[in-house]
Design a protein around this ligand. Structure first.
Ligand SMILES: *Cc1c(COP(=O)(O)O)cnc(C)c1O
Length: 372
């Protein structure tokens, strides 16, 4: 089976894992701190906070910014549901924003459109926006921030799948008020499950540090529980896995960029397939192509798997999911809906080469012939 992607864990990572397990410290500790320092250096920030998942990172970002009942948050209509779930679990209302067909991300245009159609109470209660850097492509956070700065709206970047991506030379995640990353095995660097939160605002970081650890504040010998909190800590067992991977991220991204080029060349002659067009600042976590509307996406996923090639839909039109359907007025999120129904993520990671691409593309050709 050619898997959609494979975690890239070598024997040094495994040795670091064994060392951690035998040390007797399985919860957050030295390895977690080492992981955080590496992330801080990579992103050129003073401080990073490790957490148990990308979803935990997003949830904590909402809680630390005081987002809750009575607030409205703008969320892209096309993403993994966790982006919206974090807001819903914080108790705030969600207004979805459609994405662009060629970047899969929200833009100045779609945010403007959404602001114009907001009900006046949602506009008054608007507290934050969560741009998603979908599949590693940098959403235009700076332009969006410009649109919203007068309204006092916070920007939480969902950079869950975009570690290593950049906008105008700056790492994504460092552009807004809070940046959230995931280290799930489908991401380029993985801790198994895991996440990281960063922010330029020390007060927010202190609150996140507290909220992820039962609301504890530790000052020398004195321990106080200052507010109710959660346990969203990343265990050292998990942190240990990624410490070595982080050194290789830059070279993995350039290998992925090359693989994307090879895919584009080999897919060029197939009319029913549109590969991603924009590449500037991309970290290439996922390679999602668009199928022509007359192609049956579900059938392709099934037929490809029969051929031993794992492909999948890319992401979801969240407003169309059962959990959020009450938010939907019909057909308002046209691009998100199309991307959900016609997107196809192809096997993609730095361990794959031209030979993998050849097999995948000839599989796709065979499956298309069956359908058309
Ligand atoms: C992966 C992902 C998440 C969720 O991260 P987890 O670590 O799986 O909780 C959230 N948002 C986006 C855009 C993602 O790609």
């Amino acid at each position: 089976m050619i898997k959609l992607s494979k975690p890239n864990i070598d024997h040094e990572d495994i040795e670091r894992l064994i060392e951690t397990v035998t040390s007797g410290n399985l919860v957050y500790g030295a390895k977690g701190r080492q992981f955080e320092t590496k992330i801080s250096n990579l992103l050129n920030v003073n401080r990073s906070i490790s957490v148990s998942s990308g979803t935990a990172a997003l949830h904590l970002a909402c809680l630390a910014l005081g987002i809750g009942p009575g607030d409205t948050v703008l969320v892209p209509a096309f993403s993994f549901p966790a982006t919206a779930n974090a807001v819903a679990m914080a108790g705030a209302r969600i207004c979805f924003v459609d994405v662009e067909y060629d970047t899969y991300c929200i833009s100045e245009r779609t945010v403007k459109e959404s602001l114009a159609s907001l009900k006046s109470e949602d506009r008054d209660q608007l507290k934050a926006i969560i741009p998603v850097h979908e599949f590693g492509y940098p959403a235009p956070v700076t332009a969006i921030q410009g649109l919203l700065s007068d309204l006092g709206v916070s920007v939480i970047e969902d950079a869950a799948c975009a570690l290593g991506a950049s906008l105008g030379g700056k790492p994504v995640g460092t552009l807004g008020d809070v940046g959230c990353f995931s280290f799930h095995p489908r991401k380029t660097v993985t801790t198994g499950e895991g996440g990281v939160v960063i922010s330029s605002r020390e007060v927010i970081l202190n609150r996140i540090e507290r909220l992820k650890n039962h609301g504890i504040s530790i000052d020398g010998q004195s321990v106080e529980f200052l507010e109710p909190g959660l346990n969203y800590r990343l265990p050292d067992i998990n942190a240990a896995l990624a410490i070595g991977q982080l050194d290789k991220l830059a070279s993995w991204i350039s290998q992925r960029r090359e693989l994307a080029k090879i895919y584009k060349q080999r897919l060029a002659g197939i009319d029913e397939i549109t590969p991603p067009r924009l590449t500037e600042g991309h970290s290439w976590q996922t390679f999602m192509v668009l199928l022509d509307e007359k192609v049956d996406q579900k059938q392709i996923v099934y037929d490809m798997r029969e051929l031993g090639i794992e492909v999948n839909i890319g992401a979801y039109a969240i407003p169309n999911l059962s959990a959020y359907r009450n938010n939907l007025s019909e057909n308002r999120f046209q691009n998100a809906t199309k991307l959900h129904l016609h997107g196809l993520a192809l096997p993609f990671c730095e361990q794959y080469d031209e030979d993998t691409v050849k097999k995948v593309v000839s599989g796709i050709k065979a499956c298309l012939i069956k359908q058309l």
